[in-house]
Design a protein around this ligand. Structure first.
Ligand code: ARG
Length: 468
């Protein structure tokens, strides 16, 4: 016996591992977070071992009971791992052995930490897919309710951040609703694909014991065991998918955050953040800063980094398990925590912001945002669109030089450019007409946007219903 004798793998080495190796190898400080998944996995495994007669059934029952006791102690904060524990699997097994003796030592029959950790982590990721989806559904709900109140709130739409064509604030919010609904749908896909129970894959090559993988899979809520034992222990696609989902969702949050930062500036003044969701400056008394939105934007890089961490860890490792894979957990935990924390402040920040409809409207009234409509007016009168476009370009130039707008051009001035212009041009270029006229499917016309809003509500309800 040597100093490694308290290690699960004691026996092979003739010399104890250097304490610095132990420190470096240990994952308990972060994988303790998988404690309940680890216990669930062990309960399923012990149950199966007992039913298959691989271990005595009374010992299996004792193991299940004691695992439940341990879960209770952990939940109440009564049981914590010692600082020198190697990982969550070692800790729970050592705890069982100290309480039950040989029964504890039999638990690991026909199992490896490789299939154990893959199972624990899959269980954790599956649950978080549904939790996060519900949290994003909360954001969708908040944005839908802002949209509902602002279907008539005309504002400028931009391309290249230059005023382009008029839209409504409701329509604008519904664009984000679509993005976040896709995020919910991606999390659903990841949840569904995070199936196939790794337990029973063993270290990599299954086991010679007569285990029942269907039973453990179903006890843990998977639809089936995974098909290949080597894939079972070396697959981390599910973690990568969750990180990719969260990275894309973070892009969406960051873009909305960026808009909110712009809109709350004095230059735009389209919205005002609630005092409870903004901060002041330590030196400039007039400041009201959009810190929440900025931090949401800023933390996006962490989530991308987490995805990159795991992609890089996985890209060059041969089958099956390699210790590199221990790096999967911190990356995923960090991304989940970062997105969750961001959402928890971002949603109420959105809910409490006030919309300055007059400012939006007056901004939409400037910058010749109705120039396309003016060209469309001519096109509807039979002028080829390209000619109409040129004519209106000339009108805009004339307006700029003479300090006019399309609304203040006289009919004579219009007619001097094209004789097709008539007095109905003023109605055609009015802001409300420009918006209402865009009643094409998916367009900003209030009546059309209201229909799309209803279908967004239906999709949202779908996500609220599908709960594990
Ligand atoms: N702490 C390890 C991890 O997170 C558990 C699996 C250890 N397996 C092994 N063969 N060393 O990946």
């Amino acid at each position: 016996m040597n100093e490694n004798s308290n290690k699960l793998w004691a026996g092979r080495a003739s010399k104890s591992a250097d304490s610095r190796v132990n420190d470096f190898n240990s994952s308990i400080r972060f994988d303790f977070r998988l404690v309940f998944e680890d216990i669930r996995g062990s309960i399923a495994h012990a149950t199966m071992l007992g039913r298959q007669g691989i271990i005595p059934s009374d010992e299996a029952a004792a193991l299940v009971d004691e695992l439940e006791v341990i879960a209770g102690e952990v939940a109440r904060g009564e049981l914590l791992p010692p600082a020198d524990a190697e990982d969550i699997h070692t800790f729970i097994e050592a705890e069982l052995t100290s309480r039950l003796g040989d029964a504890g030592k039999r638990l690991h029959t026909a199992r490896s930490r490789n299939d154990q950790v893959a199972t624990d982590f899959k269980l954790w990721v599956r649950e978080e897919c549904l939790n996060l989806r519900a949290e994003f559904a909360g954001l969708v709900k908040a944005l839908i309710s802002i949209a509902e109140k602002n279907l008539d709130t005309v504002m400028p739409g931009y391309t290249h951040l230059q005023r382009a064509q008029p839209v409504t604030f409701g329509h604008y919010m519904l664009a984000y609703v679509q993005m976040f609904l896709r995020d919910c749908s991606r999390l659903t896909d990841t949840y569904e694909r995070t199936d196939g129970c790794p337990l029973g894959s063993g270290a990599l090559a299954g086991t010679t014991h007569p285990i029942d993988r269907e039973l453990t899979a179903s006890l843990l809520g998977f639809s089936a065991p995974c098909e290949n034992s080597m894939d079972g222990v070396s697959d981390r696609d599910f973690a990568l998918e969750l990180l990719a989902d969260l990275s894309i969702a973070s892009v969406h949050m960051s873009r909305l955050a960026e808009e909110i930062i712009l809109w709350s500036s004095t230059e735009f003044s389209f919205i005002e953040l609630d005092d409870a969701f903004s901060t002041g400056s330590s030196i400039m008394p007039q400041k009201k800063n959009p810190d929440v939105a900025e931090l949401v934007r800023g933390k996006t890089g962490r989530v991308f980094g987490d995805l990159m961490t795991l992609l890089t860890a996985m890209k060059g490792i041969p089958l099956a398990y390699n210790k590199d894979m221990q790096e999967d957990k911190e990356a995923v935990f960090d991304a989940v925590d970062t997105v969750r924390l961001g959402l928890s402040a971002f949603i109420p920040m959105c809910e409490t912001m006030t919309v300055n409809a007059e400012r939006m409207r007056s901004a939409a009234g400037k910058g010749f945002i109705n120039a396309t409509d003016c060209a469309d007016y001519l096109a509807a009168k039979g002028v080829p669109f390209r000619d109409a476009y040129k004519a209106v370009g000339g009108i805009v130039k004339f307006c700029i030089e003479n300090d006019k707008t399309l609304e203040t051009m006289t009919l004579e001035e219009y007619r001097a450019v094209r004789e097709e212009f008539d007095s109905d041009v003023y109605d055609a270029i009015s802001l409300d007409r420009c918006v209402a006229g865009r009643s094409v499917y998916g367009g900003p016309a209030p009546a059309e946007a209201a229909k799309r809003l209803e279908s967004a509500k239906l999709r949202l309800a779908e996500y609220a219903e599908v709960q594990a």
